[in-house]
Design a protein around this ligand. Structure first.
Ligand code: SF4
Ligand code: SF4
Ligand code: SF4
Length: 317
């Protein structure tokens, strides 16, 4: 799935923002003509994401949503939002094609008023028949992170599945395996809470490699209420790899994913379509960087040899 960045503005300044270099760059909202040409480019996937910054701040967001709703080439469109402006675009967002992925920030980070708006907006979506089209996501970005607001919303609206990401640190030198060891106790605090309320977690990106877990931790993870065996395998590190996501920007450049924004952008006009671009990133980034070992043990590890583990986020490399 490709993500189309509609703009680089955001009303928040999350300390962990993976898009911070993008949101800090010159401001450029996508034009409708460029949006249409990026949809043409992405159409072979039949599935597209809408990102920002905060995409619901785009001055013509209702037009963009309307175009997507009526574009029969796409089966599904995921809107990645911080949830604060959903009420202003509710009638355009309530469509079976849309998945609304609300990236939940705690009231400690965004203030109580903004958090209450997110809470209210999730209720609005659900009351308008979108319960199965809303996913809550949490970005785990610091040790001892407080998850109480996220868990409050999860319980209040009866979600049985949530999405979790281990945020890539700004200092990529801090990345790699040691970063996972540092974040593990905080992640397990979240997992214990999810287990106690019967909620299934699924990973976004940056899945933890299996060797980071102790046998005891693996036994704990095995018992979590996963939606299916595939999610369980990803969570337990049996497969800790990612595919090129492809982020497309208003200036007609693209990256494999946001983590590569700083120095691995290409011009989309050099490629026929999304599949051609994915193939390029796979050959030029995945196939090359996977040979940079995250730790000496990786060289001999069967997971590395079978392309089942990248040893953490490729962008560290
Ligand atoms: S809401 Fe998203 S785009 Fe905005 S600052 Fe936070 S992480 Fe970045
Ligand atoms: S390389 Fe993979 S894990 Fe790292 S940011 Fe990109 S998609 Fe996520
Ligand atoms: S490839 Fe490296 S990081 Fe992945 S499981 Fe093997 S030793 Fe661990």
């Amino acid at each position: 799935m490709a993500n189309i960045a509609l703009l680089n503005r955001c009303n928040l300044r999350c300390s962990y923002c993976f898009a911070d270099n993008y949101t800090a760059s010159e401001r450029e909202d996508i034009s409708i003509d460029t949006f249409l040409s990026l949809l043409d480019f992405s159409a072979p996937d039949r599935d597209v994401g809408i990102i920002g910054g905060e995409p619901l701040l785009h001055k013509n967001i209702d037009t963009c949503l309307d175009i997507l709703r009526n574009d029969m080439r796409f089966m599904r469109a995921t809107v990645f939002t911080n949830g604060i402006f959903i009420d202003k675009h509710l009638s355009y967002l309530t469509h079976p094609k849309f998945i609304i992925l609300v990236n939940v920030n705690s009231s400690l980070d965004i203030g109580k008023d903004a958090f209450d708006r997110v809470d209210n907006n999730i209720g609005l979506l659900i009351n308008n028949g979108m319960k199965n089209n809303v996913t809550l996501g949490i970005n785990v970005y610091k040790e001892n992170q407080d998850f109480s607001d996220f868990l409050y919303l999860t319980k209040k609206y009866g979600f049985n599945k949530i999405r979790v990401s281990v945020v890539i640190p700004h200092e990529k030198s801090e990345g790699g395996i040691n970063y996972f060891y540092k974040m593990k106790p905080t992640l397990f605090n979240l997992y214990k809470e999810l287990k106690s309320i019967g909620v299934s977690p699924c990973y976004d990106c940056n899945a933890i490699p299996e060797c980071v877990y102790t046998d005891e931790e693996k036994a704990f993870l095995q018992a979590l209420p996963f939606a299916n065996d595939y999610e369980r395998a990803i969570f337990m590190g049996e497969r800790s790899v990612c595919s090129p996501v492809i982020d497309l920007y208003p200036d007609l450049t693209a990256t494999r994913c946001f983590g590569c924004y700083d120095n691995l952008r290409v011009k989309i006009t050099d490629f026929k379509n999304i599949n051609d671009l994915k193939n390029h990133f796979f050959m030029e980034i995945d196939a090359r960087l996977v040979h940079n070992y995250s730790r000496p043990e990786c060289k001999a590890c069967y997971k590395h040899k079978t392309f089942a583990c990248f040893g953490g986020c490729l962008c560290y490399k």
